[in-house]
Design a protein around this ligand. Structure first.
Ligand code: ADP
Ligand code: MG
Length: 391
């Protein structure tokens, strides 16, 4: 567990006890992909795996941070944070003034813009798989934001802290990501998903009913790696911006399915299909929330599958491994399945009857072996609580 590991690391680092421990979970997106930066809708869950920060204040204006992820503690004067991270996005990482991992926790302190009355000792431990598309980055940001919010009495809301996490990631680390990861991690509740309007940042916690109905969420991580900063992700963002400009709207969020006929006449084929994915995906998120409320969780399967088809054929961000995972899970009786995350690799999810979970895992592993793919990493994720104080 990350709490014990963080406390142990804290004692090793400082020889004293932490004043408290704060944690935030990873997340998995149920539906709503690439919609966040188009100011649309997403519907993610917080998962059980968490990152914990054990923290105590220091009198000397120094921040010392250590993580089980990297044995070398990093030390920075609070007074130097502004000059460290105030330059071009990611420059402190690029020029080696701080290791990349330390830009996440230090970046959160910087982005909170709270004149810190004290320094901090911080020890971080995590059981969120790192770089697996489950947002270990939001989890570490949340643990730090929660700590400084309480220790410095900042009075921030969860959404305020989500904005600070995103700013740290965008400007201190230099990763151009949306706010979905932080919002879904910080606001999570057991057996709920968070409906997030990425324009207004209005959120609703929606009862999934999965636990009640005997349903489980399986993650099928293909272990095909992807890098956010390179290639496809940026190209898709550019296509979305082009589509919005050519359609005369600020963001693709401002189009509905009724606009698609005009979009098809106006846009080249590729841009049209990119636009169609975003527009229909936004509608599918709204339909998923409505369907959960009116018909219950077993009725959302078709929406999940339609989302996958749209990402595969229109947005073109799937890979054969993801398609195989989805198809095999559905053949094994899954209620719905789709790739999740940015695409070009990473993981797919399936909603399955709990008593079919093991059989589905076996079927997907067998299909991958037969296809000659690397063995996928498969595990259940459980919709869980969000950011909180644990000690
Ligand atoms: P993901 O969020 O999908 O796991 P990212 O590339 O967005 O992948 O974030 C992973 C990075 O976040 C790591 O490479 C590291 O720099 C930082 N990070 C995440 N968790 C920790 C941790 N427990 N300790 C230190 N750094 C971490
Ligand atoms: Mg991340």
């Amino acid at each position: 567990m990350s709490l014990e590991a963080a406390e142990t690391l804290f004692r090793e680092l400082t020889g004293r006890e932490p004043e408290g421990a704060w944690s935030a979970p990873g997340r998995a997106n149920l539906i709503g992909e690439h919609t966040d930066y188009n100011e649309g809708f997403v519907f993610p869950i917080a998962i059980e795996q968490r990152t914990t920060a054990a923290v105590a204040r220091r009198e000397d204006g120094v921040i010392r941070v250590a993580s089980t992820f990297d044995p070398e503690p990093v030390e920075v004067a609070v007074a130097d944070l502004a000059s460290l991270f105030g330059g071009p996005a990611g420059s402190a990482v690029a020029n080696g003034s701080v290791p990349e991992w330390a830009a996440y926790p230090l970046g959160v302190v910087w982005a909170a813009e709270a004149p810190p009355p004290t320094g901090l000792d911080i020890a971080i431990a995590s059981d969120v798989p790192i770089g697996a598309g489950l947002s270990s980055s939001a989890a570490i940001e949340g643990a730090i934001a929660g700590a400084i919010n309480d220790l410095w009495g900042l009075g921030l809301s969860l959404i305020d802290m989500a904005k600070i996490g995103r700013r740290a990631e965008n400007e201190a680390v230099g990763a151009p990501t949306g706010i979905m990861d932080q919002a879904s991690s910080f606001l999570g509740r057991p057996d709920h998903a968070t409906f997030l309007d990425c324009r207004s940042l209005e959120t609703q916690s929606v009862d999934l009913g999965f636990a009640r109905e005997g349903l489980a969420i399986l993650v099928m991580d293909t272990r095909v790696t992807h890098a956010h900063s390179t290639g496809g992700y940026g190209e898709r963002r550019a296509s979305c911006e082009l589509g919005a400009r050519m359609m005369g709207v600020p963001m693709l969020r401002d189009l509905t399915v009724d606009d698609l006929a005009r979009a098809e006449e106006t846009l080249d084929d590729v841009t049209f299909r990119r636009v169609r994915h975003i527009v229909t995906e936004n509608q599918r998120v709204l339909d998923t929330v409505d369907t959960l409320r009116s018909e219950g969780p077993r009725a959302i399967g078709g929406l999940l599958v339609a989302s996958h088809v749209s990402m595969r054929d229109d947005f073109e961000i799937s890979v054969p491994e993801l398609d195989l995972a989805v198809a095999t899970a559905l053949d094994a009786g899954a209620i719905g399945a789709r790739m999740t995350g940015g695409g070009f690799g990473g993981a797919a999810i399936a909603v399955v009857e709990r008593d079919r979970l093991d059989d589905t895992i076996v079927a997907v592993a067998a299909a991958f072996e037969k296809a000659g793919y690397v063995e996928p990493r498969q595990f259940e994720v459980v919709p869980s609580r969000g950011l909180g104080r644990d000690l």
